[in-house]
Design a protein around this ligand. Structure first.
Ligand code: PEP
Ligand code: MG
Length: 588
């Protein structure tokens, strides 16, 4: 193969990774029916038993590792699968089919599986439909083992491995992240996709692009991922390899070290104005200790993590435990719990096989919650029970209409009455906010602001919906632009409406962590920036070099610019200005 094939890519998670590619195809098994003589049926049953025992053992071991690495909620994903893999009724039906039809184990397994899935797909019970995803995960493993198709050692690849595939689910990322996987290469799922967010939480370098997976890039090929400059080098020569090894050593700082070393995360502008900083959390555990030490609260806690760790709605008690744990850990610092943002392109296949032609514009966020009232109520109840005065905030995702806020507030009031009747304590004044991430919400921010206690601008979605550019699709990534004047206008409208109604505004999308945008956000009057924990130290320092009065003038100037290029130019000039603290006025 040609050496040093360089392919441009979209950086998803910073860092440099060097390893052997492991191409993960969407599994499609070629299973043929074979007639088995009566005397050899026992061998088939033995093969089934062995695969089953091995699958259970692997799942248990992965579960224990996940608990150690990420914490108890991660274990739930595997609990459901262990239960399915241990289902003796299903196992006995396969054995019966092997004996009755005198056929090979994998064919009997596949046929029994098809019957089960068919039954579940027709079921009206969302719980049962949700199980399909887990059943498929278990059956893929069972069939791989029976067919002798390996995907590396499930307990860990024996050398640093770069996983390449179309896209990985958050659950897969978590499972593989601990198996000597040092990098991810995907064809879909950009930096703001949920996959990207989880990969970054784990601190693993990743890029997205068109790499010819399966053709140019095959299993076993040596690969370098440059998640800093956005490049992939397939089959690097010795010199390139050496250069990148050196670079990896220089640039690779474990994300946690940045926080470990930080002394303060107070973001005070040169003129004394303080900008509140907060952290976005997806995976509990890793960063909490340092955030608490540094006095930084949680600006966005994506509770859907609890859902996809389990692949089902966690019940009220599980949620209560998870929420009160984090609230207590951070008290008295604020913790903003966002209600489940399920559906859309991020979790479509987890929602019981519902097919949507256009999932990003489909059943997502608050829409799913309001249509699944029982689950929504249990989530709000768990949140209220976990609230203690002053530090828990509830945030509603994907608001596109005021009725969604009103319905949520009504539910909250109803639950409060029930809690009072049952003498269960909660924070009477728990604050409720709306995510502003759909253009209709930004355009109507003036009257939404009358209903809630705060706004949180989700730029990841606001950009995709304003620019009609899928946040996970690299073919349209050039249109996905947070600096487009249309996006900036919606942000400005939102902040203005909030402040006119006396409520604060957080920016919690990935744009909040971009230094180039900080002078603009500060100039527009944003109250809080919530970002990935590793970006906080750099941002606190950066803000201390900005004068908020200058930033205000700068924002006014940016708002007059007529295209994204001009905005980007102005932002990078401002960036240089702040960096070098040039004398004279601010970018007149
Ligand atoms: C956003 O859309 O900017 C956001 C913070 O929410 P998520 O990335 O979880 O969709
Ligand atoms: Mg969003």
């Amino acid at each position: 193969m040609r050496e040093n094939i360089r392919i441009k890519a979209v950086p998803v998670s910073r860092g440099i990774a060097i390893g052997r590619a492991q191409v993960m195809r969407d599994p499609s098994f070629q299973i043929v029916r074979r007639s088995i003589p009566a005397g050899r049926l026992k061998d088939e049953i033995d093969r089934l038993d062995t695969a089953s025992q091995k699958t259970i053992a692997e799942l248990e071991s992965t579960r224990n590792k996940a608990v150690r690495a990420i914490g108890e909620p991660a274990a739930n994903i595997f609990d459901a699968q262990i239960m399915i893999a241990s289902d003796s009724e299903f196992h006995d039906s396969v054995i019966e089919r092997i004996r009755r039809d005198k056929i090979n184990a994998e064919y009997a397994y596949q046929e029994t599986l098809a019957d089960t899935i068919d039954r579940l797909e027709r079921s009206k019970d969302p719980y049962l439909r949700q199980m399909i995803h887990d059943i498929r995960a278990v059956s893929e493993r069972m069939l791989s083992l029976m067919l002798g198709i390996g995907d590396g050692d499930r307990n860990g690849f024996d050398r640093p491995t770069i996983l390449a595939g179309r896209i990985f689910s958050p659950g897969q990322v978590m499972a593989y992240g601990k198996r000597n996987v040092v990098g991810f290469l995907t064809e879909e799922g950009g930096p703001t996709s949920h996959m990207g967010l989880i990969i970054r939480s784990l601190g693993i370098p990743a890029v997205m692009g068109d790499f010819g997976i399966g053709e140019v890039l095959t299993t076993g090929t040596e690969v370098i991922i440059d998640g800093i400059n956005g490049e992939v080098i397939i089959n690097p020569d010795a010199e390139t390899m050496q250069n990148y090894r050196r670079m990896r050593q220089q640039k690779q700082r474990h994300p946690l070290n940045v926080l470990r070393r930080a002394r303060s995360l107070k973001a005070i502008c040169r003129d004394g104005r303080q900008i509140q900083l907060a952290a976005n959390l997806e995976i509990p555990g890793t960063y909490e200790e340092h955030l608490v030490r540094l006095g930084v609260g949680v600006g966005l806690y994506r509770t859907e993590f609890l859902y996809f760790a389990k692949q089902a709605f966690p019940d009220e008690e599980e949620q209560y435990r998870a929420y009160s744990r984090i609230v207590e850990r951070f008290a008295p610092l604020p913790v903003t719990l966002r209600t489940f943002d399920l559906g859309g392109d991020k979790y479509a296949d987890h929602l019981g096989g519902i097919h949507e032609d256009n999932p990003a514009l489909g059943w997502r966020g608050i829409r799913v919650s309001l249509d699944s009232k029982k689950f929504y109520q249990s989530q709000l109840r768990a949140m209220l029970r976990a609230s203690t005065p002053g530090n828990l905030k509830i945030l509603i995702p994907m608001v596109s209409d005021s009725s969604e806020i009103v319905a949520t507030l009504d539910l909250i009031e109803k639950i409060k009455r029930e809690l009072k009747r049952s003498r269960i304590a909660f924070d009477e004044h728990v604050r409720v906010g709306a995510m502003i991430e759909v253009p209709s919400a930004a355009l109507c921010a003036d009257y939404l602001a009358e209903l809630v206690d705060f706004f949180s601008i989700g730029t990841n979605d606001l950009v995709q919906y304003t620019m009609a550019a899928d946040r996970s699709n690299h073919w349209v990534s050039k249109y996905y632009n947070a600096t487009h004047p249309a996006v900036l206008r919606l942000i400005q409208m939102t902040i203005q409406a909030a402040h006119e109604n006396g409520i604060p505004v957080t920016v919690c999308g990935e744009a909040a962590g971009q230094k180039e945008l900080a002078p603009f956000f500060i100039g527009l009057g944003v109250d809080e920036l919530s970002m990935s924990p590793t970006l906080l130290p750099g941002m606190a320092q950066w803000i201390s070099a900005i004068n908020s009065v200058d930033a205000k003038r700068f924002a006014t100037r940016v708002m007059r610019l007529t295209n994204a290029k001009k905005v980007q130019r102005a932002l990078s000039e401002a960036y240089d200005y702040v960096k070098n603290q040039k004398k004279g006025g601010w970018l007149q």
